[in-house]
Design a binder for this molecule. Sequence first.
Ligand SMILES: Nc1ncnc2c1ncn2[C@@H]1O[C@H](COP(=O)(O)OP(=O)(O)OP(=O)(O)O)[C@@H](O)[C@H]1O
Ligand SMILES: [Mg+2]
Length: 223
Amino acid sequence: MIELQDVAYSYGGAELFTGLSLTLAPGSFQFLTGPSGAGKTTLLKLCYGDLRATGGVVSLFGMDAATMGRDDVALARRRIGVVHQDCQFLDHLPVAENIALPLQVAGRADEAAGDLDELMAWVGLRGQAAQLPPQLSGGERQRAALARAVITSPDVIIADEPTGNVDWEMSQRLLSLLVELNRMGKTVLIASHDMNLIRTAKSQVSANVLRLKDGRLQTGVAL
Ligand SMILES: Nc1ncnc2c1ncn2[C@@H]1O[C@H](COP(=O)(O)OP(=O)(O)OP(=O)(O)O)[C@@H](O)[C@H]1O
Ligand SMILES: [Mg+2]
């Protein structure tokens, strides 16, 4: 679905990584780990077309990202649900409206009512639907961000430290939601430095662990 071949990226100075290859096969579940500053967020951004590789080939659903125009990228992006590391919301809109926003942007607002209710219940936020984002706890924000990422029913879920600011119990809960999505056939890529979480996931799902360090990507990392 998404493939990186011999990819390099630089923010202008020295190259952050080179010769990096990665395949997100349909239905796979992968973790991306590595030290802070190694380039995990950057790598995820290349996978969802937010950044363009400075070398090598990134293909999104069979198309070479380098030749894709703005509209092509926007279409590809609709098939990818992203949970950002900093999970920002529009603070003046209720939580439910924030979660439904991607459907509106995709011109599918009419689908919102039924899906939204079900999704809010799935992430355990039905009681918070009318609240404003600043009124949510850290764990509630992370769950709202996950709900927003999946409301359009994307084929791929890319989550950047989705359990960054939550306690162990909440991170387990978020993980089980991601495992459930994978069991429904979604391709999942999660950047995380939480080794306990990755170990727990490996007991629930067949997950591949990638490690990005010193500009190199190691695959099939044993924990
Ligand atoms: N927009 C930018 N312009 C210049 N340098 C950047 C930019 N974004 C990130 N960097 C640099 O690129 C490197 C990799 O950043 P990135 O955010 O991808 O790391 P990360 O592995 O996700 O780190 P963390 O675990 O802290 O989230 C860092 O040294 C960072 O300072
Ligand atoms: Mg990061």
